[in-house]
Design a protein around this ligand. Structure first.
Ligand code: BDR
Ligand code: CA
Length: 316
């Protein structure tokens, strides 16, 4: 990745909100210049992820385009994650009705045109990688115009299956295109995101903030964390995956990371969407193609999240 700056990086956030995508939007609004938000089917169907992105734009009073994209994966059938995020994708809070309409339905064209016109931004990807894979296919020059791709997905264990994380499982062929692209990549996989949990104490810090954003987010965190706790026997709260793909760019000092060779499996009952992370120390190993986040200073990352929520909270 070309940037580990203390200035505000420019990003396009490609997402499928989703509780943790919503938090990623909040953190990005605080720490980045968001050039656009593009949406993809993933946690919920496309209409709903696009609606939820508009909700977050509305709450944050952001003046950025929201453009919807792919309604389904490249090859495999669509599958959503209502069992994690509820049928709305953002269950757990009373959401305001957004007033500004979608700015378009061609996320792939938006990404290509935007980075060609104004090079140097980062693509931050927190859902299935369908839009990005399609953009790479349509515009082989895309990599010449971006600083890199920071994505949430993968890991050395799975959550959708024993070996596959949801985003990569949901569109493994797209993930294989992106991970195999040769572009600068940062991977926030489950190994690091499971170390960033919305514990009850951390949620109380959100609830203590005045304003609509904090009220909405504390409801979202309550739902998300109760769901995680009920589905795992070892988690104190939800893994707040997606903001780490933003923080990897804005605050790299929060992380330990290593450059690795990563590949994506596209087939197999257990292996579809699995990332192969080559951790061998053999001298004769494949050259790294990805910076893999290993660990995060979770307290510091949560403090930045709190600052972002405070910054985005207007009195009700
Ligand atoms: C990823 O899947 C989704 O449920 C979350 O939003 C996150 O992007 C975690 O596996
Ligand atoms: Ca997501």
């Amino acid at each position: 990745m070309t940037s580990s700056t203390t200035t505000r990086p420019r990003i396009i956030l490609d997402c499928d909100p989703g509780h943790d995508d919503a938090v990623a939007i909040v953190v990005a609004a605080h720490r980045c210049d968001i050039v656009g938000i593009t949406t993809v089917a993933g946690n919920a169907p496309l209409e709903r992820t696009a609606y939820n992105a508009r909700v977050m734009r509305h709450i944050l009073d952001l003046d950025v385009p929201v453009v919807s994209g792919a309604a389904g994966p490249l090859v495999v059938p669509p599958a959503f994650a209502g069992y994690v995020h509820g049928e709305s994708g953002l269950d757990g809070a009373d959401l305001p009705e957004p007033t500004r309409p979608l700015d378009g339905t061609d996320a792939v064209g938006f990404i290509i045109d935007t980075v060609r016109a104004d090079p140097g931004c980062h693509l931050v990807v927190t859902g299935p990688m369908t839009n990005i894979a399609l953009a790479l296919r349509m515009a082989p020059d895309l990599g010449d115009h971006i600083a890199g791709i920071s994505f949430m997905g993968g890991g050395t264990f799975g959550n959708r299956t024993a070996m596959a994380e949801f985003n990569l499982w949901a569109d493994p062929h797209a993930a294989a295109i992106v991970v195999g692209s040769g572009l600068p990549l940062i991977m926030a996989g489950l190994d690091v995101t499971h170390r960033f949990q919305a514990t009850p104490e951390r949620i109380e810090r959100v609830r203590a903030i005045d304003g609509r954003l904090a009220a909405v987010l504390s409801g979202l965190f309550d739902f998300f964390s109760a769901n995680y706790r009920s589905r795992h026997d070892d988690m104190a709260g939800a893994a707040v995956h997606d903001p780490l793909a933003v923080l990897a760019i804005t605050d790299p000092a929060l992380f330990t990371m290593r450059d690795r060779f990563v590949d994506v499996m596209t087939e197999g009952h257990h292996t579809r969407g699995m990332t192969i992370v080559d951790q061998r120390t053999l001298v004769d190993r494949p050259a790294p193609n990805c910076t893999v986040l290993d660990d995060v200073d979770a307290e510091a990352a949560w403090s930045i999240t709190i600052d972002a929520i405070r910054a985005g909270s207007r009195p009700e």
